[in-house]
Design a protein around this ligand. Structure first.
Ligand SMILES: [Mn+2]
Length: 425
């Protein structure tokens, strides 16, 4: 299905009066130029991964949703719906082999029709695929058997080829490699094998591509992970070369890690390349961004904005932004609308921070004032700015309300049926 411009315009018309009131009230109290902030919000796009359109599950059970996309075309259609509503979901991040494009030209045309481009490609050596010769049970790029490592290398090179054909410019590698018991592997050999394998993939990267090395503290391996934290990821990225970067996934840290500090230093070193948004209470919970720790999200964005500005990088294109979440009990499309909204809210709040005053407070060791400056921005209700940016970009003032009133899910169920499962889930 398609959401028509008139449907969005009609709904916006009904909400316009109230929206204008809120925006004027906010503008009257802002110390910064709201136009510059709104322009930045309009440009900011968050990639949507192809695996996030269906209902996820846990290791206990997967409670199926309904009307889920059954193939890559329907997944692109779903991202098109999101983008029509919020105008901030303009990129698709594909997962291979869950979403292998068969006809590149038609997939590209379909994406373009929805105003979507192709963001980072994702490889998968964390599971065995049908017809695969060798097993990844004991790792892929770290494996003691060279033939298994070669299989993982070949797969990643294959993913790059798909990406080139679609117009993508980056490859994200997340390895589940590690060990579940002490003594199971040699940390040093596992690192060396992984580095050599990644170097083979690096060699196959086109010149204008980036490779993102994603880290994760634990799970599915529970004793060690071969790319376990930002230090290890940075080590790989540094040894690989200038096209290799670290990727921060918010859920991949040990509890209470200071992610904003990690982000600040990686950016300073020019080695932060990709970013995966989600939220968590305990581990890699993959919950809706901003649903648990909105203040942390704001503090991270504060460092992102400061770090990107310090390097003169474009906020919208300086990093690869993507949502990486699992929707177990919510409608995935509603969940994604909430996540994108939360990301834009945190971004807008970070743009409100008075960086000069903050720097001054730091120089004076005025701890109280520094905190006041940050919390003043965080406690500002910036939702009218985010809504205005959507309005200006042609999106809906209230995406979730419109999604519900247009009965999008009901229509998708009508088209696709109740019992559908997205590929890869
Ligand atoms: Mn991730």
């Amino acid at each position: 299905m398609i959401i028509h411009k008139e449907e969005i315009a009609n709904s916006n018309e009904q909400l316009a009066g109230k929206h204008q009131q809120k925006l004027t009230a906010l503008n009257n109290n802002l110390k910064k130029d709201s136009k510059a902030i709104i322009d930045k919000l309009v440009k900011f796009q968050v990639g949507i991964p192809s695996w996030a359109l269906g209902t996820g599950g846990t290791r206990f059970f997967r409670f199926s949703g309904a009307g889920e996309p059954r193939n890559i075309e329907e997944k692109i259609e779903d991202i098109g719906l999101l983008h029509a509503l919020n105008r901030s979901s303009g990129a698709v991040s594909l997962h291979i082999p869950w979403d292998i494009p068969e006809d590149y030209a038609s997939i590209r045309a379909l994406a373009a029709q929805h105003g979507l481009g192709f963001d980072a490609m994702n490889s998968n050596t964390f599971q065995d695929h049908p017809g695969q010769k060798l097993s990844y049970k004991f790792g892929s790029m770290q494996h003691v058997d060279k033939a298994v490592r070669q299989q993982a290398i070949d797969h990643n090179i294959e993913v790059i080829k798909h990406g080139v054909a679609l117009g993508s410019k980056s490859l994200t590698v997340w390895l589940s490699d590690g060990s579940s018991f002490p003594g199971q592997l040699s940390f040093r050999k596992a690192f060396q094998n992984t580095l050599e394998s990644l170097a083979e993939v690096y060699k196959a990267l086109p010149n204008d591509w980036k490779i993102f090395v994603e880290y994760k503290a634990f799970e599915p391996n529970f004793y060690s992970t071969t790319v376990g934290d930002w230090g290890q990821s940075l080590l790989y990225a540094t040894k690989l070369g200038p096209k290799a970067y670290t990727l921060v996934d918010l859920g991949h840290h040990l509890p209470n890690a200071n992610i904003e500090q990690i982000v600040a230093l990686l950016l300073q070193e020019g080695k932060l390349g990709g970013f995966h948004f989600n939220d968590s209470k305990y581990g890699d919970d993959d919950l809706t961004t901003g649903s648990i720790k909105p203040y942390q999200l704001f503090l991270i964005f504060n460092e992102l904005v400061a770090g990107l500005d310090a390097r003169g990088l474009n906020h919208a294109t300086g990093l690869g932004w993507m949502i990486d979440a699992s929707h177990n009990i919510k409608d995935p499309l509603e969940d994604l609308l909430q996540s994108v909204e939360a990301i834009l809210i945190a971004y807008a709040q970070a743009l409100l921070v008075d960086a000069e005053a903050l720097e001054d407070a730091r120089e004076q060791n005025d701890v109280v004032r520094a905190q006041e400056i940050l919390q003043d921005a965080f406690r500002t209700d910036v939702r009218p700015l985010v809504a205005e940016s959507r309005l200006q970009a042609g999106g809906a003032l209230d995406p979730i309300a419109l999604y519900r009133s247009l009965k999008v899910r009901e229509k998708l169920i009508g088209e696709r049926g109740h019992k559908t499962v997205a590929t890869g889930l």
